[in-house]
Design a protein around this ligand. Structure first.
Ligand SMILES: Cc1ncc(COP(=O)(O)O)c(C=O)c1O
Length: 493
């Protein structure tokens, strides 16, 4: 049945009827969030009460509840119960803290509903951010790159290019179905699990990823790596990619990237580096040497929402061979409805739409652009250095305390440790430190995380927090000792 369009007075829109009322609410929201950020240090971290959950999990109404009412729900039932990673005493997973100016910049992006980075000013902003990132990370000038959603997508993007560039058949047309040799990749056993997921999604099967043992410093063992490559060749497999870590998630270890780059070159293999957070040691004053060799990578994955403190979510893949990158993602079939517009793009090989999966793109480069330009390189260097110095301080105190122990080499911004008040078996140490972990979580969720390295359970503090102060590190140390002592006295009265 054909319906007549409504009269102008009855036409629907999602713009407000009363702009003044929305303006008032907007100012309130902005003020509230600035106050929230200003007072982050004193914000409690709590788990949701039953009431909050009941308020969140409601049926969707037909008529809508109105902007003010829903904002109240956000304030009372959502915000107070969210993950406390913006607080100064959060050293759990590698979670960035964001910044107040970052919040404002996100508002600008949302205000323009920024969605494309191929045209007009957006294209220049994206290109400039890639240039700055390359400069900061000493990556070759000729390389290209694309901003993506974070470390996982950045790694996926790098490995996709590696697979297509090194496959013996044309991946774009034939796909993995036509491979006549198994393509194999190699990484240390401390590598982040998102690499395994990438390998699976690329259709190679996770058995193709060889987890090479790491040494006592949690670095990939070169002898074991060379042997694994040799063995695969003997079996008529096709070793095509070595993955190096610039900062492992468990302990912040750096592989010998120079040696890996050399080996990859000799073996005609792709060299990919996961530097999700660790790559940024490059802008520190004291630890840039850890990432030596990263500049020789064929592809590099980094995050900007972790150690660079930008609002979630933003990561970046840099690829030395621009053409290989472009050839992987460029559309096989022309989208006819886009042809005329895309034909106008000045440089197709830097067009981010042809360098990663999404077609519609968040104008994510705007936040990186405005934040980098506002604060400059030195400010970010100082933050990275400050976190490294705080980490060393934490490690030194633990090391000098007879009731605690460091459990993995402290390399950059992560300390793995345990409370060990006396000689205890591995099992007893695990039980005691698991209880400490659980009690610290009650003070503040994920103040530290826990992990296992080489079969040993341990606590882990990862510092990418620009709000942390020395007094916060002291607080952590006091709480670990106090909690440990209390648990020991309760179990052995
Ligand atoms: C070393 C490393 N690689 C990759 C990732 C995945 O990054 P993202 O969480 O941004 O997807 C992480 C996350 O913590 C990481 O630490």
């Amino acid at each position: 049945m054909r319906r007549e369009p409504k009269d102008a007075a009855q036409e629907e829109t999602l713009d407000p009827k009363d702009w003044d009322a929305l303006r008032k609410l907007a100012h309130e929201m902005l003020d509230d969030m600035l106050t929230y950020q200003q007072n982050l240090r004193s914000q409690p971290s709590s788990s949701p009460s039953r009431n909050a959950v009941n308020e969140i999990c409601v049926p969707l109404t037909q008529e809508g509840e109105g902007e003010e009412k829903v904002y109240e729900v956000f304030q009372q039932n959502i915000l107070p119960y969210t993950m406390p990673h913006t607080r100064p005493r959060f050293w759990g997973v590698v979670a960035g803290t964001g910044t107040p100016y970052g919040m404002l910049v996100e508002m600008l992006r949302a205000g323009m509903n920024g969605a494309q980075e191929a045209f007009l000013a957006e294209a220049h902003v994206h290109a400039q951010v890639i240039k700055w990132i390359k400069e900061m990370l000493d990556f070759p000038e000729e390389a290209g790159g694309v901003l993506v959603s974070g470390g996982s997508e950045a790694n996926f993007t790098g490995l996709a290019v590696a697979r297509n560039a090194k496959a013996n058949v044309d991946m774009k047309t034939k796909g993995v179905q036509k491979l006549n040799q198994r393509m194999t990749l190699y990484c240390g056993d401390e590598t982040h699990h998102c690499l395994e997921r990438s390998v699976e999604l690329l259709g190679l099967g996770n058995e193709a990823l060889r987890w090479i043992p790491t040494d006592d410093n949690c670095r990939i063992r070169l002898d074991a790596l060379e042997k694994a490559i040799k063995d695969d060749k003997k079996r008529n497999n096709h070793p095509f990619c070595i993955i190096g870590c610039a900062g492992t998630v468990n302990s912040g270890a750096f592989d010998d990237l120079k040696a890996l780059a050399g080996l990859a070159k000799r073996e005609n293999m792709w060299f990919h580096v996961d530097g999700a957070f660790g790559a940024w040691v490059k802008i520190s004053n004291t630890h840039r040497h850890l990432a030596d060799g990263m500049e020789d990578a064929d592809s590099l994955a980094v995050d900007l929402h972790k150690w660079m403190c930008m609002p979630y979510s933003i990561g970046c893949t840099l690829v030395r061979d621009r053409l290989a990158h472009y050839s992987t993602f460029v559309y096989g079939h022309e989208a006819r409805y886009l042809k005329s517009a895309f034909d106008q793009v000045e440089d197709q090989i830097t067009n981010p739409h042809s360098l990663a999966l999404p077609l519609s793109r968040n104008f994510t480069s705007l936040k990186a652009y405005m934040l980098l330009r506002a604060y400059g390189r030195r400010k970010y260097s100082n933050i990275i250095q400050q976190n490294i110095d705080q980490t060393n301080y934490l490690a030194e105190i633990i090391e000098s305390d007879p009731k605690m122990e460091i459990t993995a080499p402290v390399v950059s911004n992560i300390v793995c440790f345990r409370y060990r008040p006396k000689a205890l078996s591995e099992l007893e140490l695990e039980k005691l430190n698991k209880s400490i972990y659980s009690d610290l979580n009650k003070i503040s969720f994920w103040m530290v995380s826990d992990t296992t390295i080489k079969g040993r359970y341990m606590l882990r503090a990862c510092n990418v927090n620009h709000r942390s102060r020395k007094q916060d590190i002291d607080f952590l140390l006091d709480e670990v000792k106090r909690t440990g002592k209390r648990i020991v006295s309760q179990t052995n009265p």
